[in-house]
Design a protein around this ligand. Structure first.
Ligand SMILES: *Cc1c(COP(=O)(O)O)cnc(C)c1O
Length: 357
């Protein structure tokens, strides 16, 4: 069975370094566990590092953490579906919102339950995922503030680098702060939280370009992988090997690199591109699209190259691998965010926790 080796100590160290970096600029860190299916051991590692708020995208994952003794506060970082609101108000302390209707529903439920919940209103400053378009944001947030009592709107937030791949900048995060200031002035109210970014915004901090006023980041990828996919970089002050995937080699054979016979589409309706490199030594490992995204596997064996996956098989060219790879061996890989997400959420990948180096 493929295994994910999760080094909790390295995760804790990465979390601590992110926290330390952000604290210097008075930026609070929300530790985002969504890539881990709300793994309680991972959440505890973040807590040990000193992170207070745990951010999650699925309410089931928050329940999983609570049932396993993880203490909040919890932040629901996906704008919530109506059906989840009762659970969210019961279990969460913070929620990201972007719809007046959702605020109204939450207001009713919170009233019935006699509970309060803090909300951060999401503003879209260009990436085109969630949030009210920045030009309309002040008006909508003012209306939301007027209808909310049990729902405490404590600030504004934005998400970048996820759909449009738009990079956080002094300009777009500056807009967020401007809108907050405008709303505060218009209503003489306080919106103390400006939740300005995720992993992709760490670069702004490092370069000293974060506009003042932004005071919260919600961070996942950097802590688990030490990478920043949006800026296409490894974060050199973090560790990239906190989580490693191991998979068994189930076949090693010399084969041509170009298929024989008339070709149609592969098992997923794709048309792979073949380059004829002659005879190659090819290993098959026992995992596939169900467990990972093949493009996100980075072999630790120097010279090995991932070619393609179907549901359960991944083909790797090991002709130029430094190590001699044989059937029965295991191969080890670093993972992209997408590959880690699939591996963590796949029941066929065993999770092994290590504390050591
Ligand atoms: C996933 C997510 C994050 C964390 O993003 P990373 O790139 O993993 O740091 C933050 N905020 C929201 C709204 C998210 O969906």
């Amino acid at each position: 069975m493929p295994q994910l080796h999760i080094n909790l100590r390295l995760i804790e160290e990465n979390a601590y370094k992110v926290l330390e970096k952000c604290s210097k600029f008075n930026v609070e860190v929300v530790g985002v566990t969504k890539v881990s299916l709300g793994d309680p051991k991972i959440a505890q590692a973040l807590k040990r590092a000193g992170i207070k708020i745990i951010g999650e995208s699925r309410v089931q994952n928050i329940l999983r953490m609570i049932e396993n003794g993880v203490e909040g506060p919890f932040m629901m970082i996906r704008i919530p579906p109506k059906d989840d609101l009762v659970k969210i108000i019961r279990w969460c302390d913070y929620v990201l919102v972007s719809e007046l209707k959702t605020v109204e529903w939450m207001e009713e439920i919170a009233n019935d339950m006699n509970k309060t919940i803090s909300a951060i209103y999401m503003i879209d400053v260009g990436d085109l995922r969630e949030g009210v378009w920045y030009k309309d944001a002040a008006e909508e947030i003012i209306r939301a503030l007027k209808i909310s009592k049990k729902v405490k709107i404590i600030g504004v937030g934005t998400n970048l680098g996820c759909y449009g791949g738009v990079l956080p900048s002094t300009t777009n995060l500056g807009l967020l702060v401007e809108i907050r200031d405008l709303v505060e002035k218009r209503l003489s109210c306080q919106l103390p939280v400006v939740s300005g970014g995720n992993t992709s915004a760490l670069k702004l901090l490092e370069e000293g370009r974060l506009p003042s006023g932004v005071n919260q980041y919600r961070v996942g990828e950097a802590i688990f992988l030490g990478t920043d996919v949006t800026n296409n970089r490894q974060i050199d002050w973090l560790n990239q090997e906190a989580i490693i995937l191991e998979a068994p080699v189930i076949e090693v054979k010399m084969k041509p690199s170009f298929p024989e016979g008339e070709t149609g589409q592969d098992a997923f309706g794709r048309k792979p591109i073949f380059i004829d490199k002659g005879m190659r030594k090819r290993a098959i490992i026992a995992l596939g699209e169900q467990d990972i995204t093949p493009s996100g596997l980075k072999p630790l064996d120097k010279g090995a190259q991932v070619i393609h996956s179907s549901s359960d098989h991944t083909i790797i060219d090991v002709t130029d691998a430094e190590r001699k790879i044989e059937v029965g061996d295991t191969m080890r890989f670093k993972l992209s965010y997408g590959a880690l997400l699939r591996a963590m959420t796949c029941p066929h990948v065993e999770k092994i926790y290590t504390q050591g180096v």
